[in-house]
Design a protein around this ligand. Structure first.
Ligand code: ADP
Ligand code: MG
Length: 350
């Protein structure tokens, strides 16, 4: 690796711009930021009040005109200005203590695959205006595969499924590029909504999003479990208006999640069907790799294995794979440049 005498000060960074969580990796240090991709806004004035962890804490504890938005809802950049502010906040947080003479950093940003050229450019511009020298874009499934040390630059096929909060991304990678990608706007958030709807329809119980997520993580599954699981679900009875607690089982929740899980599965199966046969042979041997928080749903790996006849496995530390992968690219930019997304040439640095 070539060493730039200033690299110690320059703090090049890699960012996983997730729909639920943003992670920041600093060269030579590893992951230093792991915060919710949330921005709190005063709806009356449009002013941004807080970002990240602090913004998440404000939700539900502040007056109604203060709302929390997730700028990357459903995996697309739904609100560019807010995304830009969030990106700036995270970049500046890392650079707060840098020396005044240190060069501006290089930044690699992992974004969902399938975003438009305009959105890619928008993310690049945001990072530039936050003080970056060079900005590169990498698609999240590519970064996840590299984070899991898959041989993405070889001629064989690699199959990766990244299930986050807003999107499920399915990708086949070979020779340093994405051969096939599919993106579905059904992932962890939708599973929470399914549980909220299920509680209303089945028990006339109004529950919050946090409760739904706790139930999902506590007893949710995609495939029948060996041991039964139960958990109290607390909310407000819609008829009486009073608080109520109902015991729900893994079977109930599996039923609630069935439809969305089925759609995720269908997208994976369609991708398998469209994979060129010569790559499929490698994939059958290597397996399907699952990353992202949503892949932690119990039994999802078993369900995918049964339905595709290809062994599926959740990778180690699935929540940090994209950030670790983008970080590896940052550390080895000369060797790994080809895995970056194609973007229009940026203006040369001054
Ligand atoms: P993103 O990349 O979109 O920011 P993440 O990879 O951080 O998303 O995943 C966030 C999603 O993972 C959330 O919907 C969260 O509820 C879900 N999740 C986290 N842990 C678990 C778990 N143990 N079981 C099921 N879902 C989980
Ligand atoms: Mg992600």
């Amino acid at each position: 690796m070539k060493l730039n005498p200033f690299s110690y000060f320059s703090k090049d960074i890699a960012i996983d711009l997730g729909t639920a969580t943003t992670l920041v990796y600093v060269r030579g240090q590893g992951i230093v930021i792991f915060e919710p991709s949330v921005v709190a806004i005063n709806k009356k004035t449009g002013q941004i009040l807080a970002i990240g962890e602090e913004a998440k804490k404000m939700v539900g504890r502040t007056p109604a005109h203060i709302i929390a938005t997730r700028p990357l809802v459903k995996g697309v950049i739904s609100d560019f200005e807010v995304t830009e502010q969030m990106l700036k906040y995270f970049i500046e947080k890392v650079h707060r203590n840098r020396f005044f003479f240190s060069p501006r950093p290089r930044v690699i940003i992992g974004i969902p695959c399938g975003v438009t050229e305009v959105e890619k450019k928008a993310v690049q511009d945001a990072a530039k205006s936050a003080g970056s020298r060079e900005v590169y874009i990498i698609e999240q499934p590519m970064a996840a595969a590299i984070g899991n040390r898959l041989p993405v630059q070889e001629a064989g096929g690699n199959f990766i499924v990244d299930i986050g909060g807003g999107t499920t991304q399915v990708a086949v990678i070979s020779l340093g590029g994405l051969v096939l990608t599919k993106s579905l706007r059904i992932a962890g958030d939708r599973l929470n909504e399914d549980i909220i709807n299920f509680a209303q329809e089945e028990y006339k119980l109004l529950i919050g999003e946090r409760t739904a997520e706790e139930i999902k993580i506590g007893i949710g599954s995609a495939y029948p479990l060996k041991e039964k699981k139960e958990m109290p679900m607390r909310g407000r009875n819609m008829v009486t208006g009073l608080p109520e607690e109902i015991m729900v089982s893994d079977t109930d929740i599996r039923r609630a999640l069935e439809k969305s899980v089925g759609q995720i599965l269908k997208t994976i199966k369609t991708t398998v069907e469209e994979t060129p046969p010569e790559l499929l042979a490698d994939i059958m041997a290597k397996g399907i790799f699952l990353s992202g928080g949503g892949s932690l749903l119990r039994g999802l790996d078993i369900l995918i294995t049964k339905e595709t006849k290809i062994p599926a496995k959740v990778i180690d530390d699935p929540l940090t794979a994209v950030a670790r992968g983008a970080g590896l690219v940052l550390e080895n930019l000369d060797d790994l440049r080809e895995v970056l997304a194609d973007t229009e040439e940026l203006e040369p640095p001054q």
